[in-house]
Ligand binder design. Structure first.
Ligand SMILES: C[S@@+](CC[C@H](N)C(=O)[O-])C[C@H]1O[C@@H](n2cnc3c(N)ncnc32)[C@H](O)[C@@H]1O
Length: 271
């Protein structure tokens, strides 16, 4: 069951109270991700990777962000893929808070999406939301983000292999929860002394995965498109809110001591 508007209303009140205290720049983004950001932490290079994947399929791809919320990520993708659109099941999120609904966001559930689309983006669903078969009905290629342990369906898996897709690549980033925990330890826990904060920082980890899938007949193009993007990737070309990720110890290509396999953040692994 997606979140209730009533719950959102209390969260929105807390968000407004938090803003009234003039918090440091960009903290709201990771403390109230639904209102001020996205549930997955991202950098400009994630947006560029996703756009490059879409453009490897077509120069003007049909791109849809499924469950886009207010469209924070989508709005950035549209700077590179101008016709990209989003669908959102819960129209109440706009009306309850008098937030204008952008024209490129259509209020409808994914179950009603009639394809085909070149690329679907599925960014972080609430645990238990599993609409993979509806995505698979329409999308030639897709990028999905989800937390380690999975969130979809009874068994949690958010993979699309069983729907006839080939996984092309994956990378790891922090989720908003990871960033939130670091912000809380560093700035909002006055009882922690400096030593304790340092110890806690060493335990930080990153739980969000980005998986890229494509139908087998376009897998080669998608792989090449992503590889070409990585060759020109410039981590110095960034959004201002990325500073919060850096200050929390989630830098580009950072290795986290607490991660067993010690993979670098944002490092793309091809299958
Ligand atoms: C956790 S929020 C994530 C929003 C956004 N993608 C982000 O990462 O910030 C999940 C969103 O998906 C929407 N949603 C849930 N089930 C959906 C469905 N079947 N079709 C379309 N949207 C759906 C919810 O209303 C909610 O806005």
């Amino acid at each position: 069951m997606p979140f209730a508007i009533q719950e959102l209303q209390s969260a929105y009140k807390a968000y407004q109270q938090f803003l009234a205290r003039n918090p440091p720049a960009h903290h709201a983004r990771y403390i109230f991700p639904f209102f001020a950001g996205s549930y997955f932490a991202f950098r400009k290079l994630d947006v560029e990777r996703v756009a490059a994947i879409a453009k490897s399929i077509s120069s003007s791809p049909r791109y849809v962000d499924i469950g886009c919320g207010y469209g924070d990520f989508l709005e950035k993708v549209r700077r590179l893929v101008p016709d990209a659109s989003g669908i959102e099941k819960e129209g109440g999120i706009f009306y309850a808070f008098q937030i204008p609904k952008p024209d490129h966001v259509q209020l409808m559930p994914v179950e009603g999406l009639s394809g085909p689309v070149d690329m679907a983006f599925v960014g972080w669903m609430e645990p238990g939301q599993d609409f993979r078969r509806f995505v698979a009905r329409c999308a030639r290629c897709l990028v999905t983000t989800f937390d380690a342990g999975g969130q979809c369906g009874i068994n949690g898996g958010c993979e699309y292999d069983e729907f006839g897709y080939e996984r092309i690549a994956w990378w790891r980033t922090p989720s908003w929860i990871d960033v939130n925990a670091e912000l809380m330890n560093r700035y909002y826990s006055p009882s922690l002394d400096a030593k304790k904060k340092e110890q806690l920082a060493k335990l930080r980890t990153a739980h969000n995965f980005w998986y890229v899938y494509a139908r087998p007949n376009i897998a080669g193009r998608v792989r090449l498109g992503l590889k070409a993007q990585l060759e020109i990737e410039d981590a110095n070309d960034r959004y201002d809110f990325e500073s919060a990720l850096d200050e929390c110890g989630f830098c580009y290509k950072e290795e986290l001591p607490a991660l067993a396999n010690n993979r670098k953040l944002w490092e793309v692994m091809f299958d």
